[in-house]
Write a protein of this length. Sequence first.
Lengths: 324, 247
Amino acid sequence: MSVLAYTENWDGKFKKSTYELLSYANKIAEMAGTELVALTIGDVAEDELKSLGTYGATKVMVVKDEKLNDFIAKSYSSAISQVAQNIDAKYVLFANNVSGRALAGRTTVQLDAGFAPGVMQLPTALEPFVVRKKAYSGKAFADFELNSEIKVLSLTQNSFEIIENTKDIAIEKASVQIEDKDITAKPKSVEKTTGKLLITEAETLVSGGRGLKGPENWGMIEEMAEVLGAANCCSRPVADLGWRPHEEHVGQTGKVVAPNLYFAIGISGAIQHLAGVNGSKVMVAINTDPEAPFFEAADYGIIGDAFKVVPQLIEALKKFKAGQ
Amino acid sequence: MKVLLCMSHVPDTTSKIRFTDNDTAFDKTDIQYIIGPHEELALTRLLELKEEIGDMTITVANVGLKETEPTIRKALAVGADDAIRVDAEPTDALFVAKQIAEVYKQGGYDLIVTGKETIDYNGAQVGEMIAELLDLPSITSTSNFEIKDGKALLEREIDGGKEVIEVDFPFVATSGKGFAIEPRIPAMRGIMMARKKPLNVVPAVEQANKTKTNKFYLPEAKGACKFIDAENVEELVNLLHEEAKVL
């Protein structure tokens, strides 16, 4: 038996979330006394593949098949399930990102497995297999038990630390059978925002709310994010008003995030917003209203006008960064 | 065109969450239930499409006990044509997917739409499981949905970008952010009409659970917020660096 982690690559590159997933999967492999195998689909350079060994994988299976040129949930999940069966994987792990969510449910059905979505801690034991996940959109957690022989897990992003555990890694080609009928729903066009830090992966987020009064005032939010090496995001009303694109909405019905540091600027802190961000390690609220509910959730608060505070904060952060 | 919209019955987004029975069950006391917000937006978009193309019936399907019927009636009041309730407690994602797959097989639909996730279980997997069980194409996190000349054109969010996908019917679409903006709310006429619309109750098919929730926890209460003077933002930077160690 073995543990299989689906290590997604983006145009041949792995991301932090890949290494986070491997670090987690490696701990599961240690608990199960078995090896960790990574699986990636498409063209990835040898050095990049070898980087997976730094986080505990002893083997990486590379699937190259022109039928897998486009990301299609059916054909990709089928490839993953075939490899899982070939290596007798008892645990199959995904990152809980957009593609992980597209693949895990199908893989679960194909392998007749049980699925724990969005896990955030290691299981306390493997028998019975009980693992902590989010519930009620971040308002609660649940201990979730899987009683199937094969277990599929998806890992909440930014919930587990990256742990180096360098192993000699073997690179192996894996071949799979993809049926033509499974290549449906092909993308006609793909628009990639390369180079932009993803909200779900950023360690720091600078988030703006309706208190900023209009889209023309986002310059300082973007500037502050840039100074911090952060991504910027927003509250729901801001996205619904069309001030910012929907991809930037964080909260219960938008993206659920868990950065190290979250700045809420001009966001009152409605329960739906807090549910989506309360996984953040440290939260800072800046608001003119001392009664804003966000101050009850925040670790640090400044009661003041964002239009005065933020420019000063940007200067202070620049000074701090320069002194480092 | 026959559309099957899977709908969850969930606590209102403003609900304070509490648990009962030694934290093994959700405490339903004083909880208002709503149509899952993602499904509410999906219904809104489907109604817009129906107005565009004319020929469409929208059936809402819910797996739940009788308590979900007021929520289902609300979907009918907003504009769905009829409804099916599979009479069972939705205890496990695969269980729910199996029920919806069965409804699909019985009814012969052209399209299945689910929300991105339910806001209580947060599994985000039922749509994909249905697609797999029925061997249908699936598109997750759909941010825009058009129907042109009998073909569906969908936009979906990917990690770091967007894709436009053209797909033949039938297929499964999971609605994400942007599917619609403002959910439609029922008008008085809709509420009156909803009472007469068919709500069929069907028994569940068997599917053993492979998962269960043993215990719930609430997040630990945070310590009090430390306030920093607005004229002294350097202090915040120092605290984030030295105390919180996040800078």
